[in-house]
Design a protein around this ligand. Structure first.
Ligand SMILES: Cc1ncc(COP(=O)(O)O)c(C=O)c1O
Length: 380
């Protein structure tokens, strides 16, 4: 069997035991005589699957009883529309409500742009001035806001919030697509949390929304049915056919995480993996992190060559990505909008994978430094 270390930002690696269990159960899930792809979503066979997935998520994240968990489709991007529509949408002709956004990256910007179609949004702070390499200090919420939106982990540049903004009674809404289950999170600090599954949860196609009950049921009458949280909540995510197979795999991933010791245990491992990799970058004379140390992501670690000349840099990046792939270290190219390199170290990336990448980088660096001249600029 060939397995690579896949450093993709998503879809990304799933734990091998999960894939093996899914393979073993492919034709017969728990004595049902069917795969999880073939079951009616309203059958007695699927009911325990979705209920178990929700129960595991509730217990691993410590989700309080007054929050609903919804399994939806449309990716995190659809939440960029559902959040403003459901939390602050207004009837035709009525003045728009207000909401605050903090722009910490390209996804945060997209969320704000989509929100602006339905709501009078205010971008309260932005880190665009330094290419999103830090988290700006956020102003407190405006009491008139219907909600306050942040992106907890910024997948593209590789930053993360370490302190939440003070929003008082204004519901804090967070995109946790690339952060979910990577570290403990106090769910009760938030009104809504949402995440596409394809990083720490399972296959693409399922979106998890965790929403405080009192925020459900505020959508204006013209809201398309499938975009209404109240419809999905009333029907326990079964208003229409949910992404059944994705929900099944998420359940297996959550079982795996529970057996490992849950979020505290994986958070410890994640800190260890990130510390090892950032530690390597700090002493490397060839590569550096472009992100301010206080805001460095544990999940998505970006790095760039230290040399100043852009042609030389692009050349080195290309060689690096190709040679790494040849060694089974794949998907290390940075996001197409920012370039450079990125290693995503989600929950399923084993410590061994990080060590293998560092070993490769050390060898690559030795080889480069033996041949090509490397400048030692540490700024930029
Ligand atoms: C933080 C964040 N938000 C939103 C998205 C968009 O997610 P989707 O493709 O599920 O719509 C991504 C995708 O990588 C992301 O990393």
């Amino acid at each position: 069997m060939k397995r690579v270390y896949n450093f993709s930002a998503g879809p990304s690696m799933l734990p091998l035991p999960v894939l093996e269990q899914a393979a073993a159960e492919m034709t017969d899930v728990r004595g049902s005589g069917q795969s999880a792809m073939e079951m009616s979503h309203r059958s007695g066979d699927f009911k325990p699957i979705i209920e178990n997935t929700e129960a595991l998520l509730r217990s691993l994240m410590g989700i309080p009883a007054n929050y609903r968990v919804l399994f939806l489709q449309g990716g995190a991007s659809l939440q960029f529309s559902m959040i403003p529509l459901n939390l602050a949408g207004t009837e035709a002709g009525a003045p728009k409500k207000k909401a605050s956004y903090v722009e910490t990256g390209i996804w945060a910007k997209k969320a704000a742009e989509e929100g602006a179609k339905y709501v009078d949004i205010c971008v309260r702070a932005s880190s665009k001035d330094r290419l999103y390499t830090y988290i700006p200090s956020p102003p407190a919420a405006n009491p008139e806001d219907a909600y306050y939106h942040i992106t907890l982990n910024n997948t593209i540049v590789g930053t993360r919030w370490t302190e939440l903004p003070q929003t008082g009674p204004v519901p804090l809404v967070a995109d946790i697509s690339s952060a979910i289950l990577s570290e403990p999170l106090e769910v009760s600090r938030f009104g809504v949390l949402y995440a596409g599954a394809q990083k720490n949860l399972g296959p693409a196609g399922t979106t998890v929304v965790i929403i405080r009950e009192d925020l459900i049921g505020k959508a204006p009458s013209w809201t398309p049915l499938l975009l209404r949280y109240d419809i999905h909540a009333q029907e326990a995510s079964l208003y229409n056919t949910p992404p059944c197979y994705g929900i099944y795999i998420i359940g297996l991933v959550l079982e795996w995480l529970k057996d490992l010791g849950g979020v505290p245990a994986i958070a410890e491992l994640n800190r260890q993996k990130a510390a090892l990799f950032y530690g390597y970058l700090e002493q490397s004379r060839l590569f550096r992190s472009p992100v301010e140390p206080a805001f460095r992501s544990l999940m998505n670690i970006t790095f760039v060559p230290r040399m100043a000349e852009s042609g030389e840099r692009a050349n080195l990046e290309r060689r690096f990505i190709q040679e790494a792939a040849a060694q089974g270290l794949v998907n290390l190219a940075g996001h197409r909008l920012v370039g450079g390199m990125r290693a995503s170290l989600y929950n399923a990336m084993p410590l061994e994978g990080v060590k293998a990448l560092i070993r490769f980088m050390e060898d690559f660096e030795k080889k480069e430094r033996g041949g090509v001249r490397v400048s030692h600029t540490n700024h930029e």
